[in-house]
Write a protein that binds this ligand. Structure first.
Ligand code: SER
Length: 346
C-alpha cells in the first residue's frame, strides 16, 4: 500500500522548490487554531502555548465563549472560516506559519443538517487550503474513523483501504483527506493529519458526535446518576484520551517529513471498547453505577458503519506514534478530574 502512495506521488508530478522543503523541515513557530473553543481546540491551544509561547498561538472561533483560560493566555480572534479574507488578514497580522483547522460539525449534528455540514466542513476546509497554498502555511485538518464506511474491513482496519462512508460527516472527512493530499502533491502545501477515533476529555464537552456517549457516561457516573446509553451494549469503536490526541497532533506536525510515506491521514488509536466494556471499567470505581440502553437509531446507524478497531502501525512506524493511556488509566484520570471540576465526591 505504501507503493500505491509513492506511485500516486509520481503521477501527481511533484515538483517542490528548495524553499518548500526548507519550510517543511522547520519547527512550527506561530500557529492559528480554528475552532479553538471546541472540545479539542480548548485543550490544544493551552498545550501549544506551553511549548511555543502564549503569544505565538492564535486561538480563533466563530463565537467568543466564556473560557478565560484560553482567552487570557494569548491572542484570540473571532473568525468565521467561511470568511476567508478575514482569516487570511488575521494570519498575516500575526505572521502565522501553521494553521490547525478544527472548525467543523461532528457526525450526529451533521446528519441532522447535511447542507450546513457541507457548507462548514467543505467550504471552510477549502478556504483554509487556499490560504495555506497562497501563503505557504503548514496545515493540519483532522480526519476521523468516520472516513470509513460499511465496505471497510471492521477489524484491524488498514491504513490504506476502502473509504466509502455513508454519513455526510464521513464524506466531508474523506474529502478533507483527498484535498489535503492533493494540495501537498500538486502545490507543495505541507499538509499532515490523523484519523481521530472518539476523543474523551473532561475540560470541554464534544458537541453532537457519535462517540460522545463515552464522555457523557463519566459525567453520569461522577454525578451519581444512571447513564442512558444511546448505543447497543456491543457497539465497538476506537477511542482515545485527549492528552494522547494532543500528543498525536504535535508529533505529526513536527515529524521529519522525509520519513512520512503517508500524509492525509494516519490511522491512530489508543483503545477499542463498547458501552458494555466502558461501563464495567467505570463500575469498578462506582459499584452502584447503573446503565440503561435507550437506542438512538441515528447514532447507532452511524456507529455501525464505522470500524471496530483500527490498525495504526503506519503511524507507529513513520513518526513514532505511541499512546500513553489505556482504558483503565484513562478511567482513573477522568474520574479524578471530573470530581474536581464538578465538585462532587471529593
Ligand atoms: N467523534 C467524532 C464523532 O463522533 C468522530 O470523528 O462525530
Amino acid at each position: 500500500s505504501s507503493d500505491l502512495v509513492q506511485m500516486w506521488a509520481k503521477y501527481m508530478n511533484r515538483h517542490f522548490t528548495k524553499e518548500d522543503i526548507y519550510v517543511a523541515k522547520k519547527h512550527m513557530k506561530t500557529i492559528l487554531v480554528t475552532g479553538a473553543l471546541g472540545q479539542i481546540g480548548s485543550e490544544l491551544v493551552m498545550h501549544l502555548r506551553k511549548t511555543y509561547g502564549g503569544s505565538n498561538v492564535i486561538a480563533s472561533d466563530v463565537v467568543k465563549k466564556d473560557m478565560p483560560e484560553v482567552l487570557e493566555s494569548g491572542p484570540f480572534e473571532q473568525l468565521n472560516v467561511l470568511e476567508p479574507q478575514k482569516v487570511a488578514d488575521v494570519c498575516k497580522k500575526h505572521k502565522v506559519d501553521t494553521v490547525i483547522h478544527l472548525a467543523a460539525l461532528l457526525s450526529a449534528v451533521a446528519e441532522r443538517d447535511p447542507q450546513m455540514a457541507f457548507n462548514i466542513n467543505i467550504h471552510g476546509l477549502y478556504n483554509m487550503l487556499e490560504i495555506a497554498r497562497e501563503n505557504k502555511y503548514r496545515l493540519f485538518v483532522p480526519s476521523s474513523i468516520a472516513a470509513f464506511g460499511p465496505g471497510t474491513p471492521q477489524d484491524k482496519t488498514p491504513q490504506d483501504t476502502v473509504q466509502r462512508p455513508t454519513s455526510m460527516y464521513g464524506v466531508t472527512k474523506v474529502t478533507g483527506e483527498l484535498l489535503s493530499n492533493y494540495y501537498f502533491y500538486r502545490f507543495g502545501v505541507d499538509t499532515r493529519s490523523v484519523r481521530f477515533p472518539g476523543l474523551i476529555s473532561w475540560k470541554t464537552l464534544p458537541g453532537g458526535g457519535t462517540t460522545d456517549y463515552a464522555v457523557d457516561i463519566f459525567y453520569s457516573a461522577v454525578k451519581g446518576e444512571e447513564f442512558v446509553c444511546p448505543l447497543k451494549p456491543d457497539t465497538f469503536m476506537d477511542m482515545m484520551y485527549m492528552p494522547d490526541a494532543l500528543k498525536a497532533m504535535t508529533d505529526i506536525m513536527e515529524a521529519d517529513p522525509d520519513k512520512l510515506v503517508h500524509r492525509n491521514s494516519f490511522n491512530v488509536t489508543s483503545m477499542s471498547f463498547s458501552p458494555e466494556i466502558i461501563y464495567e471499567a467505570i463500575k469498578k470505581h462506582y459499584p452502584d453505577f447503573k446503565i440503561r440502553y435507550e437506542l438512538d437509531e441515528n447514532v447507532q446507524h452511524i456507529a455501525d458503519s464505522w470500524p471496530n478497531k483500527l490498525d495504526d502501525s503506519c503511524a507507529r512506524n513513520e513518526w513514532g506514534w505511541q499512546p500513553h493511556f489505556d482504558l483503565e488509566k484513562m478511567t482513573v484520570d477522568m474520574i479524578e478530574n471530573l470530581k474536581r471540576k464538578l465538585k462532587v465526591g471529593l
